[in-house]
Design a binder for this molecule. Structure first.
Ligand SMILES: C[S@@+](CC[C@H](N)C(=O)[O-])C[C@H]1O[C@@H](n2cnc3c(N)ncnc32)[C@H](O)[C@@H]1O
Length: 206
């Protein structure tokens, strides 16, 4: 059995009662530390509240799907900050588990991706698909980021930009800003600096 448990955006405060029950009755509990950054003390707080060991699961542990081995016989929970199915990584894990005949239970919760827009006053009807902004290099500079923003823009929609994380750290805002400015320059689109700025501000506030 695999429980994929989104714990929301308020640390242990947004853990639901159902999630708490699932947590307490699991044989093994992991916390995803790869796709989201939580409050510094989240692991310790979760351990205290659940009164059990919670194993931090890094990129390798999640992508190798090693946690599914135990889920074949035991009750395993994967805690995810935010919602449990917002990242492709967890969807992949879910379908791999199902293919192996492992029962999967999903505990939905609030996600940064679908709450940020509302929080800063944007209407959800006006928000298009989000775009990930990865770390770039001289060999990897994907202008498709701008194509996706432009597609939304041309349809009158805002674009949430998900700034990539590495080793538990956010890409600094200044780097994200510079990368986007350079991308739009290379694409020759969006000369309206104010609109681009508002778009980035929206993400940061969220
Ligand atoms: C696919 S989303 C899912 C995040 C999370 N599971 C949720 O539902 O909110 C992953 C992206 O969320 C953003 N993110 C996650 N944790 C964050 C944090 N603490 N601060 C800012 N952005 C964060 C990053 O842009 C990251 O690339």
């Amino acid at each position: 059995m695999l429980n994929i448990i989104g714990i929301g955006l308020r640390g242990t405060g947004s853990l639901t009662l159902d999630e708490f029950d699932a947590l307490r009755t699991s044989d093994i509990v992991y916390l995803d530390i790869y796709t989201s950054i939580g409050p510094k003390d989240i692991l310790e707080k979760l351990r205290n509240i659940a009164d059990r060991e919670i194993i931090p699961a890094d990129r390798n542990m999640i992508e190798s799907e090693s946690i599914l081995k135990d889920a074949e016989k035991l009750n395993v929970s994967l805690l995810v900050i935010g919602d449990g199915l917002t990242a492709t990584t967890h969807n992949q894990l879910r379908y791999s588990a199902m293919e192996k005949g492992i029962k999967v239970k999903i505990f939905e919760n609030a996600s940064a991706v679908n709450t940020a827009a509302g929080k800063i006053g944007l209407l959800h009807y006006k928000v298009g698909p989000p775009v990930s902004l990865p770390f770039v290099s001289s060999n990897f500079f994907p202008l498709s980021v701008i194509d996706k923003v432009k597609r939304n823009y041309d349809s009158g929609l805002h674009t949430p930009i998900l700034i990539d994380l590495k080793d538990g750290q956010n890409m600094p805002f200044a780097s994200a800003w510079n990368i986007i400015m350079e991308m739009q320059k290379r694409k020759g689109v969006c000369n309206n600096r104010r609109k681009c700025m508002r778009c980035l501000e929206a993400f940061i506030s969220g």
